[in-house]
Design a protein around this ligand. Structure first.
Ligand code: FES
Ligand code: FES
Length: 154
């Protein structure tokens, strides 16, 4: 069945079953491999994208559930104000280690910052608790989010 979805501001048409996860569409149909597969069960956060600005696990989001909502992926997050600040802070703090979880981390962090410009520690914990990092970069992630939030002060 054909579905047309707004991905990063471009309408993309794909011919897949309606229960195909968005993650599969992004990676296998559209070749957008920045969004990662980790668990496939909404347990790790590696596959996080934004749907209408909300951090969403694309591995458990079927293509037929998206409708006219707007999908944003790691490939375009740097074009958003919050995403650009998060990416700059990530570079400044040299957050990634192996890097595998990091696109999901950045998507969750940028959704947080877009909705809450000055998050508290508990806000950060709540927003990021579903994003697992096997390399243990959590302290640098927290520091980078705080720096990005400070950039909102002016
Ligand atoms: S791959 Fe989607 S949450 Fe792990
Ligand atoms: S940087 Fe390696 S899993 Fe997070």
């Amino acid at each position: 069945m054909a579905f047309t979805v707004d991905i990063n501001g471009t309408l993309r048409s794909v011919d897949v079953d309606g229960d195909t996860p968005l993650l599969w569409v992004l990676r296998d149909v559209l070749g957008m491999t920045g969004t990662k597969f980790g668990c496939g069960m909404a347990l790790c956060g590696a596959c996080t994208v934004h749907i209408d600005g909300n951090a969403t696990r694309s591995c458990v989001t079927t293509i037929d559930s998206i409708g006219d909502q707007k999908v944003t992926t790691i490939e375009a997050i740097g074009a958003t104000e919050a995403g650009a600040k998060i990416q700059q802070a990530w570079l400044a703090h040299e957050v990634p280690q192996c890097g595998y979880c990091q696109s999901g981390q950045i998507m969750s962090a940028s959704a947080l910052l877009a909705s809450n410009p000055h998050p508290s520690d508990s806000d950060i914990n709540d927003a990021m608790s579903g994003n697992i990092c096997r390399c243990g970069t959590y302290n640098r992630i927290r520091a980078a989010i705080k720096q990005a939030a400070e950039a909102n002060a002016g």
